[in-house]
Design a protein around this ligand. Structure first.
Ligand code: CAA
Length: 253
């Protein structure tokens, strides 16, 4: 069954109005999914801009406020979506933050804040959607990891640990749900043209770009393409995998 003949799947994207998330929403909508973008309600200006950007797919993309670092808030959000839309079929965990500092300078707050979003957030969302997916016999979970989870990055012990953890989590969950029609994979972006990467010091960024074989930053569209591929109905034999999308920045076998 392909997208054209399958039922209209409901896709939830965390960090849905962010640098990568908003393009993931767009491409999922263009692939015929009903899309719910979840992000912090506090990001008022960005929510308005997101609505404008999604004008051409406005009938299939909606915004839901939610704090993925809070388990109870996730539970309530998923219950609401299940009532309104009949359950989440595709979950894309794209919410992520950085709190860069070398370990000798990193505060416990920088460590915990990052873990609460980048790792606890994945647990909170998966834990609250998994029962529905396995009961219905269909699910696609795509967790956004990072090349820096694979290689480690100077100044990112917290981020690298969380992103490596996201892949370990995904492989374990993939085993638990493999017989239930639910796949769980990660996409590991390299350095992309997003506000998160723009925040890196210019000279550090220039050095990184010089080391990318393709010779440019990735675009959010490059990442969204990989997410949509893994979220497709006919991608059911790919599970527990990591799909690197990094312009050749890190190659492994
Ligand atoms: N590589 C190698 N050496 C580095 C370095 C780096 N990236 N950054 C700092 N150093 C060196 C300095 O040259 C200095 O050396 P000396 O002591 O010999 O003079 C020493 O380390 C300074 O150490 P500090 O603890 O004082 O580090 P700092 O405060 O100067 O820098 C940092 C810390 C700002 C986090 C910096 O390391 C940095 O910018 N790192 C890169 C962060 C990064 O790439 N973030 C990615 C964000 S985007 C993202 O994460 C998306 C994704 O998934 C790809």
């Amino acid at each position: 069954m392909n997208e054209a003949t399958s039922p209209k799947r409901v896709a939830l994207v965390t960090g849905g109005i962010g640098g990568l998330g908003s393009e993931i929403c767009r491409q999922l909508a263009q692939a015929g999914r009903r899309v719910i973008a979840v992000d912090l309600a506090a990001r008022d200006e960005r929510i308005g801009a997101f609505r404008q950007e999604m004008a051409d797919v406005a009938d299939t993309v909606t915004f839901e406020p939610g704090d993925i670092s809070d388990f109870d808030s996730c539970q309530q959000l998923i219950a609401r979506i299940e009532q309104q839309h009949g359950g989440v079929d595709i979950l894309v965990n794209a919410a992520g933050i950085t709190r860069d500092a070398s370990l000798r300078k990193m505060t416990p707050q920088q460590w915990h804040e990052l873990m609460q979003v980048n790792l606890d957030g994945v647990f909170n969302m998966c834990r609250n959607t998994i029962e529905g997916m396995t009961t219905r016999g269909f699910g696609r979970i795509v967790n956004i990891s990072s090349v820096n989870g694979q290689t480690g990055q100077f100044g990112q012990t917290n981020y690298s640990a969380a992103k490596a953890g996201v892949h370990g989590f995904s492989m374990a969950l993939a085993r638990e749900t493999a017989r239930k029609g639910v796949t769980v994979n990660t996409v590991s972006p390299g350095y992309c043209d997003t506000p998160m990467v723009a925040a890196v010091a210019a000279e550090v960024r220039a050095q990184i770009i010089a080391g990318i074989p393709v010779g440019r930053l990735g675009s959010p569209a490059d990442i969204a393409r990989a997410v949509c591929f893994l979220a497709a109905d006919d991608a059911g034999y790919i599970t527990g995998a990591n799909l690197p999308v990094n312009g050749g920045y890190f190659m492994s076998f």
